[in-house]
Design a protein around this ligand. Structure first.
Ligand code: PXP
Length: 255
């Protein structure tokens, strides 16, 4: 069996901005966190410019683009406002996510099946501008087929339900969600899509999902920023990389 492709780590710095915004000043600075994460081994930085600007702000995106040496993954809702900002910012990639003001975090994947027609033009505009487009979806066969039809080169599988089941010790649900992710990653790769994964991952779940050979990027934020309070960001990134490397060694042989 040929070795699996490398697994990249994208570090999401949203919650450094959450902490900053709690006091309204300049610190802690998400750009400083991004630079430190890259120094410690991150392959890219992810930031979500939400409609309500609850964490990352417009000038954070501009500064990230200006100051980081690794790819910026701009997470955004598929709205005209965000499209205009993304086209102006010209990041390496955008990840389209659903967004509701009342949610605490991104609760489910984007419903491509329902919004296929509207998303078609949106994806095309970004692609025409040379921006890589990723669609954040649940590991559902119909969503994956639609992603391929939309011409997006990348999907990011929502790992939230699986991570929640692991954390709560819900074994039946964990097994179901894991099988769904594994099947979704295989289906997407067969359709020629690049597969990323993210939401709710910690050291243990990142190690497990690294065992899926089709997954080539993990985007992780909340757990790492919380852990960084205790261990420091540098050590947290290095520990995460080590967990991913352990999981990758078993790629293709995971449960
Ligand atoms: N990927 C996407 C598309 C997300 O929306 C988020 C949350 O912003 C993440 C990854 C990271 O999730 P978490 O902060 O739970 O690690």
């Amino acid at each position: 069996m040929s070795p699996p492709p490398p697994l990249r780590l994208g570090v999401n710095v949203d919650h450094v901005a959450t902490l900053r915004n709690a006091r309204g000043g300049r610190s802690p600075d998400p750009v400083r966190a991004a630079l430190m994460a890259i120094e410690a081994g991150a392959d890219g930085i992810t930031a979500h410019l939400r409609e309500d600007r609850r964490h990352i702000r417009d000038d954070d995106m501009a500064r990230l683009m200006a100051e980081i040496s690794k790819p910026l993954n701009f997470e955004m809702a598929a709205t005209p406002e965000m499209l205009a900002i993304a086209l102006k910012t010209a990041p390496h990639a955008t990840c389209l996510v659903p967004e509701r003001r009342s949610e605490v975090t991104t609760e489910g994947g984007l419903d491509l099946v329902t919004h296929e027609a509207a998303l078609r033009a949106f994806v095309a505009r970004l692609k025409d501008a040379g921006i890589r487009v990723s669609l954040f979806i649940d590991a559902d066969p119909r969503q994956i087929e639609t992603a391929a039809r939309l011409g997006a080169p990348v999907i990011e599988l929502h790992t939230g339900a699986w991570c929640h089941a692991v954390e709560e010790g819900l074994q039946a649900e964990e097994e179901t969600e894991w099988l769904r992710l594994a099947a979704g990653a295989a289906q997407a790769a067969e359709l020629g899509l690049e597969v990323h994964a993210g939401h709710g991952l910690d050291f243990a779940t990142a190690e497990t999902i690294a065992g899926l050979p089709q997954v080539v990027e993990l985007n992780i934020g909340h757990f790492m920023m919380g852990e960084a309070l205790f261990a420091g960001l540098d050590a947290t990134v290095r520990t995460m990389r080590a967990a991913m490397a352990r999981g990758r060694k078993n790629a293709g042989f995971a449960k």
